[in-house]
Ligand binder design. Structure first.
Ligand SMILES: [Fe+2]
Length: 176
């Protein structure tokens, strides 16, 4: 894996675990080990896919399943698109990793709006690409709304989620 993809994945894992722990305090039953593994491995095959142009969510998933990590493979398969409606009262590991990936731009935690503005500037080169990003954005905001309603915190606080300089997911806080 490229160094920058490793840094990105480490940051996604911090965000995903932080949100999962907060959700579990509210009665959700998110598998933290699964979330951590899938976050760290979500871009497992992205480096080679930059050359092959294959869908790295699918090839990464297939590789993990071949190695016997069925559930991790399932979560990785849905890290770009969920592709299905989730349970409205229950947050899945798939939704957590998908959402955390959208909140980390390179290795920096950002609000969804900033991440999508960047994606649109880089990839929204024609109407078809823009429509794709709009659909993706809608799906991700759906996950965010569900997380917010369970955590019962104001959207602005959640958007300012950040990690302190000395690292560690335990140091993740909601800024005031
Ligand atoms: Fe990815």
């Amino acid at each position: 894996m490229l160094e920058n993809i490793i840094s990105h994945s480490l940051e996604v894992a911090k965000v995903a675990l932080f949100i999962s722990i907060e959700l579990n305090k509210k009665g959700q039953t998110i598998d933290l080990g699964l979330v951590e593994a899938a976050s760290l491995l979500h871009d497992l095959t992205k480096t080679e896919c930059l050359q092959t142009k294959d869908d790295h969510a699918q090839t990464g998933s297939q590789q993990l399943k071949r190695m016997g990590y069925e559930r991790v493979g399932e979560v990785v398969a849905q890290h770009i698109w969920l592709g299905k409606e989730g349970d409205p009262s229950c947050v899945s590991e798939e939704e957590i990793v998908n959402y955390a990936d959208k909140r980390v731009m390179h290795d920096r935690i950002v609000p969804l709006e900033e991440r999508f503005n960047d994606l649109k500037a880089r990839y929204g080169l024609n109407q078809k690409a823009m429509d794709y990003l709009e659909r993706l954005q809608k799906e991700v905001y759906g996950i965010e709304n569900k997380i917010l309603s369970i955590l019962q915190i104001p959207p602005d606080d959640f958007q300012r989620l950040f990690v302190t300089k000395d690292g560690g997911f335990k140091k993740l806080i909601f800024s005031k």
